[in-house]
Design a protein around this ligand. Sequence first.
Ligand code: S3P
Length: 169
Amino acid sequence: MSLILEGFMGSGKSAVGERLASKLGIPFIDTDREIEERQGCSVADIFSSSGEEAFRQMETSMLYGLYLSEGNAVISLGGGMPVRAANAEIIKKLGKVVYLKAEPEVLISRLEKEAEGRPMLDGYDLGRRVSSLLEERGKYYLDLADIIIDVSWDDIDRICERILEESGL
Ligand code: S3P
């Protein structure tokens, strides 16, 4: 069974996913990194050269590719993926979905240090943008989640332990 990590930018999907995959001895797939490798440029470059819609289509076709390929993995999703109905259908079929949920203040303070290279935040007031995107996306994250883990305060190892406990893996 694959484990799918969803959550807002800054929730730690990539770091947790990588550690979890190494604990489980299965491959780790980060959808942003996969798209960057295939396109030969960064997500920010894709947004600026082709626009958000083109990036969203790349996300959907890469998800579909994952659905067609066999094998278990830990898959970390780009923060916007659960919002599209077509993606949500595929995500549900891929495996168990873990929502890494964090307090807005925690996300904002992490993203203050990591805003660069994140086109969805570029040029906005960070606090307001995070609050409004979270408001818009919260229900999609919750609808898809099989397991919800509050990642606001624990370190990566403890978060992994909790995911393993709750998923029964
Ligand atoms: C996005 C999140 C990013 C990346 C892109 C869009 C979003 O991924 O897919 O910049 O819409 O929330 P991370 O959540 O891994 O930062």
